[in-house]
Design a protein around this ligand. Structure first.
Ligand code: GLU
Length: 563
């Protein structure tokens, strides 16, 4: 801790008062420091952490920040930590810490140290859950009190609210500072009297700063930024004896040896306070970096992706829709460093871990969430999967989100695999229309008789641009022609031959060339009729393959549907 002035020394509290404030059994700062020796890092190794609060909700921005922190650590051969910040007991949701650990694991974001280490005693810098570190914070608070660098505040919530109201009315800055800091100079006698009266209290940090002073701070994402010095006497320990975020993170990041502190830019305004806290403790602050939030376009204006308004802000959204996890990570990587896209194009097989991520290249005005891009990345990725791999992913997704589908897959797994194999693997053109698991079954449902409909409302007129009589004629005639043993060329030659013999032109060009001939349509119109009869749609993947997978019985049944 920094050397204290004589005036401060006069304000230092006696051991007796400090013991009354903090209770017994608090370890000494020396003991704690011995427990957490500085990390032996080699040049350039970075230690980063993510420190979510267990609120039961994980924002896409948190995974984005986690990915950035993980990259910075692992790219340097350093350490990536997960710390659960659960000192705000009001916000805590049961099971939320497990949820965070699972979500990170699902995304392949492996932390080297975190709550999972707590029981194994291998995480030398743990515990990694703040509520288990209570005595550690208390040790430092006790020390600050003894040195006159912190003090108890007995102001009630009503008094604080009234103070804020007066400050705002007078056009001033709200907060506990300067002349407003009523408890800053309480004497020991006054403190004792308040304690005797059983008044609840919090502990405040005694800020040495002056608001009129301007300070420059280097942010690893934002560069040099100027701020007024902090003069707020913030609460460092609440009445439940748990520290506030400001104080807990200071102690943790010091003891855990964080070198790069990357977090959302909603914390940027707290930076002067945090730097001051490190200075008062006499510690070198880590490098801070504030990550610009992911944005979205609404009515052509950009705004922050909002937990309240946007379902896609919730990481669970991507799981429910069934976007592959790799895709979400690649997409976030794209948002972080836009040249990742070029890297991926040049090296489609490589992992994002092979890309050299750079903090300096982060998009500081806030990257824009773009679903078209996300879908394209996903289509490309799904196109690389084999039918078996895609089947396994769909099956897994269905187990969590669509048990009816999973049951159907259980009953007809071979048929499903054949369906998923259409335009996949060894073919000239791999299909690239699947981008999320939830959209696959609706796309292939026509393969199942109970789901198959000729058109959504069953209207024949929508089937093709040919008159209904012609459609019926094609269906009936083709029944006699279809042979499931034909190869693709034979199959197509048959369709063509039949169409030409039945009064259809080769193509639109031929129609234009022979204005006197009354063609019924083109070969392609005939193929469309067959496609619609088989799939209920005018567009589909390769029709020959579809008919092969449907099998003779279904093909015949569908050809006969029009009577
Ligand atoms: N516990 C803080 C939060 O969830 C974390 C901020 C930080 O990364 O330090 O917002």
């Amino acid at each position: 801790m920094r050397t204290i002035t004589t005036k401060e020394k006069n304000m230092a509290l006696s051991d007796e008062i400090v013991d009354r404030l903090m209770g017994d059994g608090v370890p000494s700062v020396e003991e704690i420091e011995k427990r957490y020796p500085p990390r032996a890092l080699s040049e350039g190794q970075c230690v980063t952490r993510i420190a979510p609060s267990p609120t039961g909700f994980m924002h896409l921005g948190s995974v984005y920040a986690a990915l950035i922190s993980e990259r910075v650590a692992h790219q340097s051969g350093g350490v990536f930590m997960l710390r659960i910040e659960d000192t705000d007991t009001k916000r805590e949701v049961e099971g939320a810490a497990e949820f965070i650990i699972k979500a990170l694991g699902d995304f392949g974001l492996e932390f080297d140290e975190g709550p999972l280490n707590d029981s194994k005693e291998v995480g030398a810098y743990g515990p990694y859950v703040q509520s288990k570190r209570r005595e550690i914070y208390q040790a430092y608070i006790k020390e600050l009190l003894k040195k006159g660098l912190a003090y108890p505040c007995f102001c009630s919530e009503d008094e604080i609210n009234a103070m804020r109201e007066r400050q705002t009315k007078a056009g001033g800055r709200p907060g506990y500072y300067g002349m407003w800091a009523k408890c800053r100079n309480l004497t020991e006698e006054q403190i004792k009297a308040n304690l005797d009266a059983g008044k609840p209290f919090v502990i405040r940090f005694k800020s040495p700063g002056k608001y009129i002073n301007k300070i420059a701070i280097e942010d690893v994402c934002r560069g040099k930024r100027f701020f007024p010095e902090n003069d707020l006497d913030i609460v460092i320990m609440k009445s439940d004896k748990l520290p506030t975020y400001h104080f807990a993170h200071l102690i943790d990041d010091h003891l855990m040896g964080t070198t790069h502190f990357l977090r959302g830019d909603e914390w940027l305004s707290s930076l002067p306070l945090h730097i001051q806290l490190f200075q008062v403790m006499g510690w070198t602050p880590p490098k801070y970096g504030h990550i610009a939030p992911i944005q979205k376009l609404e009515d052509e204006a950009r705004r922050k992706l909002s937990k309240r308004k946007d379902p896609e802000a919730n990481i669970a959204f991507y799981g429910e829709k069934g976007y592959p996890k790799e895709v979400v990570i690649d997409y976030l990587m794209n948002l972080a460093n836009s040249d990742f896209e070029d890297f991926k194009r040049a090296n489609p097989e490589k992992s994002y871990r092979d890309f050299e991520f750079k903090i300096e290249r982060l998009n500081n005005s806030g990257p824009l969430l773009d679903f078209v891009k996300l879908e394209n990345i996903s289509k490309e990725f799904i196109a690389t999967l084999s039918a078996d791999e895609l089947y396994a992913r769909l099956y897994d997704w269905a187990g969590k989100h669509d048990v009816v589908l999973q049951k159907r897959m259980d009953e007809q797994s071979a048929y499903f695999k054949q369906i998923l194999n259409i335009e996949r693997g060894n073919c000239d053109r791999v299909r690239k229309d699947f981008y999320m698991m939830s959209a696959i079954y609706p796309e292939i449902s026509y393969f199942f008789d109970d789901e198959f409909k000729l058109t959504p409302d069953g209207a024949l007129s929508e089937l093709s641009n040919l008159p209904q009589e012609d459609v019926k004629f094609i269906a009936n005639a083709y029944c006699g022609l279809y042979d499931e043993n034909d190869n693709k060329d034979e199959w197509f030659a048959k369709v063509k031959e039949f169409a030409l013999a039945s009064g259809y032109a080769k193509n639109a060009k031929e129609i234009a060339k022979n204005p006197d001939i009354k063609y019924k349509g083109t070969v392609s119109d005939v193929a469309t009729v067959l496609r619609v009869l088989m799939t209920g749609r005018r567009e589909s993947p390769d029709l020959y393959s579809i008919m092969q997978v449907l099998g003779r019985d279904r093909v015949m049944k569908r050809l006969g549907l029009l009577g």
